[in-house]
Write a protein that binds this ligand. Structure first.
Ligand code: GAP
Length: 515
């Protein structure tokens, strides 16, 4: 684990050093759980958003996008259940005075049993080699069996406590499992209390009678309250979806792990409206579609797993997370929820307006059921960066840090490097950029040796570099260097655009999804 923590620390400093992510308000020593994206970060983030948006809106005839306001009528949050039920169970350690989420402490403990099991398996795999039978080992090894039994028992007890909203039992589990505060090391815990996560502010001046409004904790409600506007004006027929990307705000108490849990973050959500009774079929379909979207990035299919929810949110009849193998373990990146007709029915009730859909095929009106796919841009960013960050040993005591980003997501696609700062090479390099900059993000760099310039581009994940040398002036060819293989080939300037554009375009990944 120490090694993993080390990698994570290095990743965080790499993000700062190369202009990906900065602490918000850095010169004022930062603001807890709020971050800014720098010149490289914003490009990567925009590319992630484009990949998601295009996969939804371009690839599906029946999905359209919207951009709703962050401020919404306060009754929306009463109707959605967020005012009454959008809570985290919190517990304080009396010695360190640190506050934790009780559910997170317990889930980490479940993770520890899993870790122990995995370690035993990894050891045995190494010992037995090809003849290793994991199933048999799990069924017979006493240490694995004991840890599996402990994990199962804890899991069942925890799921029940969550489902019953039994705060006393959550505390008792923490005591019985001997969970200690990571800061003080003691087990001196307070009671568990519920804490609402919504930020509120006031709209209007006090003289006019200001009223309390909330910063949205999810973008989904903006879609629900617009669903009929979009359906009618877009002549949409069920099944259809509405996609949205936007900021969301949560007063997270346990804000940790860099941009994993933030107070201001961005979501990419899609609500898919279906006929009642068909929702579980669609749920299954969207689980598959979304997993494919992740896997198409090429980080290896074993980096992902589904995690079905122990406790269903107040609006759901099925829910799962797509978890990604972060440096600190498998963690949720995306939620897929079958939200029933809960939200729309609530808005119908609270607004007093009829928001039923008329189904011309059935010749009847009903409140549609909804499947939601909801992914955090920032978590996706973190998962991509942590997979891409590679320290490579090049032999002879040399090494490099390279971000092996999918080319389509890389902030800069091509660096143009004149071999020397004279003899007309910079001018030639500028000429090449002036042509290619219309097609993709290019960077010009003439400072330091070519080797150093390659390293700088590796560190920001630029998939291609071209070197303009004296021969270029004669043969109109350049040396094209591949980031991952470091192989070089000579290519004609005239062919550069078609050669690179295809490999770095988002279309190249989208095509994998459309098979
Ligand atoms: N509309 C459903 C919804 O908001 P959620 O599971 O609470 O569901 C969806 O959030 C996704 O939003 C998560 O999978 C995660 O990627 C992202 N997310 C949630 N809270 C976050 C936070 N505090 N910081 C960063 N991302 C967050």
């Amino acid at each position: 684990m120490a090694k993993q923590d080390d990698v994570f620390k290095k990743l965080v400093s790499h993000c700062k050093e190369y202009g990906f992510v900065f602490r918000s308000s850095d010169i004022y020593d930062g603001l807890g759980a709020v971050y800014d994206y720098g010149q490289m970060g914003v490009e990567l983030k925009n590319n992630i958003k484009k990949y998601w948006w295009d996969s939804m809106v371009l690839l599906h005839e029946n999905i359209v996008g919207i951009d709703s306001a962050i401020f919404m009528h306060p009754t929306i949050w009463k109707a959605s259940g967020h005012v009454d039920a959008f809570n985290d169970p919190l517990i304080d350690n009396k010695d360190s005075k640190k506050r934790y989420r009780a559910d997170v402490l317990i889930e980490d403990q479940v993770g520890k049993y899993e870790e122990k099991i995995n370690k035993e398996i990894a050891k045995a795999k190494k010992r037995f080699g090809d003849s290793f039978d994991e199933e048999q080992f799990r069924a017979t090894n006493p240490r694995v069996k004991a840890n599996e039994a402990k994990r199962e028992a804890l899991h069942t007890r925890y799921a029940k406590a969550l489902n019953d909203s039994n705060l006393e039992e959550l505390r008792q589990i923490i005591i019985d499992e001997g969970i200690a505060c990571p800061i003080s090391g003691t087990k001196n815990w307070t009671e568990v209390r519920q804490f609402n996560l919504m930020f509120s502010t006031e709209v209007g001046s006090t003289a006019e009678g200001a009223s309390k409004i909330y910063l949205r904790p999810e973008t989904a409600q903006g879609i629900f309250v617009n669903y009929l506007n979009v359906q009618k004006t877009g002549r949409m027929r069920i099944p259809f979806g509405i996609a949205q990307i936007g900021k969301a705000f949560r007063n997270e108490i346990v804000a940790r792990q860099f941009i994993f849990r933030m107070r201001e973050f961005e979501q990419m959500e899609m609500q898919f409206f279906v006929r009642p009774g068909t929702e579980l079929e669609w749920f299954k379909k969207w689980k598959e579609t979304r997993l494919n979207w992740h896997e198409a990035l090429g980080f290896g299919n074993d980096a992902y797993r589904f995690h079905d929810h122990e406790k269903l949110a107040h609006y759901a009849n099925a829910a799962t997370d797509i978890e990604f193998k972060m440096p600190f373990g498998f963690k949720e990146v995306e939620g897929i929820h079958s939200r029933t007709d809960f939200d729309l029915s609530q808005h119908e009730k609270f607004s007093g307006k009829n928001i039923k859909y008329f189904d011309p095929e059935l010749n009847e009106s009903y409140v549609p059921y909804v499947i939601e796919t909801s992914i955090g841009v920032d978590r996706m960013f973190l998962s991509i960066m942590s997979s891409a960050y590679t320290e490579e040993d090049l032999g002879d005591g040399k090494s490099r840090i390279v971000l092996k980003l999918p080319a389509a997501l890389a902030p800069v696609k091509l660096a143009v490097l004149p071999l020397v700062k004279k003899d007309g090479l910079p001018e030639k390099a500028r000429e090449i950029i002036n042509d290619l900059k219309f097609h993709f993000n290019c960077q010009y760099d003439e400072k330091d040796s070519v080797g150093k310039r390659y390293r700088r581009q590796d560190a920001i994940g630029t998939p291609y570099c071209i070197t303009v040398d004296h021969d270029t002036l004669k043969d109109d060819c350049v040396t094209l260097r591949n980031r991952d293989t470091m192989e070089q080939e000579r290519v004609a300037i005239a062919n550069l655009e078609s050669l690179i554009a295809d490999r770095v375009s988002i279309t190249s990944i989208l095509k994998k999804l459309n098979k």
